[in-house]
Design a protein around this ligand. Structure first.
Ligand SMILES: Nc1ncnc2c1ncn2[C@@H]1O[C@H](COP(=O)(O)OP(=O)(O)OP(=O)(O)O)[C@@H](O)[C@H]1O
Ligand SMILES: [Mg+2]
Length: 591
């Protein structure tokens, strides 16, 4: 399918403002044509002077031409000003709509999308596209129209005068145009796309690099642990060198053709003047070409530089369109939330969009309403993936997940979100007060209610140490909460939300046994009377679960209660023994 032109794709975001862009383009074109008129007046003045030679005096006609040329210049500038006013108004509207549409669309995307594609990348796509297209619409487009108008008008003038000299003097311009067309073929657009991708990769790796610095320092690793970042820089460098070299030939040619215009003209002039019967008349006409031809070439160069920016705008727009084409999850039936909360996995498999293998494979599990089950197992086994599928961060690749007998795909998204609380493995608190962070669970809650849940979640010791209590803004005044502390605040938030289904992905980041103990107590409160799936990284949390599933390589390899699993003497049993050993080692034998 042939892609629509850049401008019509941009007009999708413009609404009625597109007429302003068109008006701006017309104004810009009129202004460019008008800007040539002063040169005509100057030339006419010059011819007067020529004809008066050798007795040159200031005449009324000369003054008139001078004023006319000043007047038309001012008029042309004024019209250009209006052109820019029109295109700017429209460009701002397009940038605004593009941001608005993308962000509204983002809100409807499955939550899994945000895990897969970095938030930095998404932000840059939207911001980058909005600003690249804004400059394109506000400046480049009107200038481009103007730049096309000038050579056309000049061409007409040159040919009306004397088509033979006109044609010869245009030779450098024509050569420049041919070179430019050769330079901006389809392969060039591909190159530009590659350039953008490599730049984006390098940016992303740089962010990863900065995020990883603490790890490097803590483990005394060398810089080589950042091979990916290094590779992205080398990749970029190598590409840019090839890219630049491939442009060299064309740029040299185009620049040379532009610069030789005066030489070509002088050469033609000398050749022709000797054969003239009226050299004065010839010289005057020739002056006309000397004035106009360079304008033509300059404009062609201007078009060339604008085409480069056009490609940038086009590439940025492609990225936004790609984001807008990302499919939101569809709920065919938009059902209300069911009144019972048993959760059932039927042969569920899931593969992450760009992964090779299934992250989970044919999983069957049941959580009875009001009971707590625990997932345990080695890192990367698929525990978080299972939890995330219940909240429909993504849709299963095959199999189904049912809550109260209803497929999660048939439940309204807002209903699903309202009835499930998710405490993530890595809790991200917002940069706002503790009060507001907890209130995310229920914006209508009073301060007393927030205090109550903070107490239930055993966060009092955290709050006590903060300078402004619950009004302390997280991340300011040296307030940095540990992973475990942040998770306790998140549990308070979940208690406040009071959803019937709880998904708790225990934090792995904290090791302090006191925090661990507090979290377990907090979690016990949260789990009261709810249907709970907990992911336990410490086996001490699992003993009260009605069923424990051991997840490894995307499969459930053992299941049963704590006692049953110990009796089985399988994998769980050895994990338990390991865990006890570690615990005794750490705590000096107290269990
Ligand atoms: N966004 C993603 N894109 C591609 N693959 C992913 C993504 N998230 C997780 N995976 C892969 O899916 C598999 C299961 O990951 P998951 O996070 O569910 O493991 P986990 O059991 O929760 O591990 P941990 O105990 O370390 O939290 C892993 O192989 C992981 O590399
Ligand atoms: Mg996990």
């Amino acid at each position: 399918m042939k892609k629509k032109s850049l401008i019509s794709r941009l007009f999708v975001f413009a609404g009625a403002y597109k007429y302003l862009t068109i008006l701006g383009m017309i104004f810009s074109s009129v202004s460019s044509a008008l800007l040539l008129v002063p040169i005509l007046f100057i030339w006419q003045g010059l011819s007067l002077v020529f004809n008066m030679y050798p007795n040159i005096t200031m005449t009324n006609s000369l003054v008139k031409y001078a004023w006319l040329s000043v007047g038309t210049t001012i008029l042309a500038v004024l019209i250009y000003f209006f052109a820019l006013a029109c295109t700017h108004l429209s460009a701002f509207r397009v940038a605004r709509n593009m941001r608005y549409k993308s962000i509204t669309h983002l809100m409807n995307l499955p939550l899994g999308y945000f895990n897969a594609s970095g938030s930095g990348r998404t932000r840059r796509i939207i911001d980058g596209a909005a600003s690249a297209t804004e400059t394109y619409l506000a400046h480049q487009l009107p200038d481009l129209v103007g730049a096309f108008t000038t050579p056309i008008v000049v061409l007409v003038l040159l040919f009306v005068f004397d088509w033979k000299i006109g044609l010869i003097s245009l030779v450098p311009t024509i050569l420049t145009i041919i070179t430019i067309f050769a330079m901006f073929g389809k392969s060039r657009l591909d190159m530009m796309k590659k350039y953008q991708t490599k730049l984006e990769n390098m940016n992303n790796e740089a962010i990863e690099y900065i995020r990883g610095i603490p790890v490097v320092k803590a483990f005394g690793q060398s810089i080589f642990s950042f091979k990916k970042f290094h590779k992205s820089i080398i990749d970029y460098k190598e590409f840019v060198i090839v890219y630049t070299y491939s442009m060299r030939k064309f740029m040299v040619l185009a620049q040379s053709f532009t610069s030789i215009t005066p030489i070509v003209l002088a050469f033609i002039g000398i050749l022709l003047i000797v054969a003239q019967t009226d050299p004065k008349y010839f010289l005057l006409n020739f002056l006309f070409y000397v004035l106009f031809t360079p304008i033509c070439t300059t404009m062609v160069m201007k078009i060339m530089f604008t085409s480069q920016n056009t490609m940038l705008a086009e590439d940025a727009l492609n990225r936004v369109e790609e984001l807008l084409n990302e499919k939101p999850l569809q709920s065919k039936k938009e059902l209300e939330f069911p009144s019972s909360f048993d959760i059932q996995f039927n042969n569920v498999s899931f593969k992450y969009p760009n992964a090779q293998n299934n992250a989970i494979d044919n999983i069957n599990l049941n959580i009875k309403q009001g009971s707590t089950i625990a997932l345990v197992g080695p890192s990367g086994g698929g525990k978080s993936t299972i939890a995330m599928l219940i909240a429909r961060f993504a849709d299963t690749s095959s199999g189904s997940i049912k809550i109260g007998g209803v497929d999660v795909r048939d439940i309204k998204e807002s209903e699903l979100m309202k009835n499930i609380s998710f405490v993530f493995q890595n809790t991200n608190l917002y940069k706002e007060s503790i009060l507001d962070n907890v209130r995310e669970g229920n914006p209508q809650a009073t301060v007393e209610e927030v205090m109550r849940v903070l107490k239930i979640a055993r966060c009092e010791d955290i709050i006590e140490k903060l300078p402004d209590g619950i009004n302390t803004v997280v991340g300011t005044k040296g307030t940095f909460l540990s992973g475990g502390q942040a998770q306790r605040i998140a549990i308070a938030r979940a208690i406040l939300k009071d959803a019937p289904i709880i998904l708790l992905d225990e934090a792995t980041a904290f090791t302090d046994p006191e925090n661990e103990h507090e979290i377990q107590l907090a979690f016990k409160e949260l789990a009261k009377g709810k249907t709970v799936l907990m992911i336990a990284h410490r086996l001490s949390s699992t003993q009260n679960a009605s069923n424990i599933y051991l997840v490894q390589n995307g499969n459930i390899i053992e299941q049963g209660t704590h006692k049953e699993l110990l009796k089985e003497k399988g994998e769980y049993n050895s994990m338990w023994n390991e865990y006890q050993k570690a615990f005794i080692w750490k705590e000096g034998g107290v269990l």
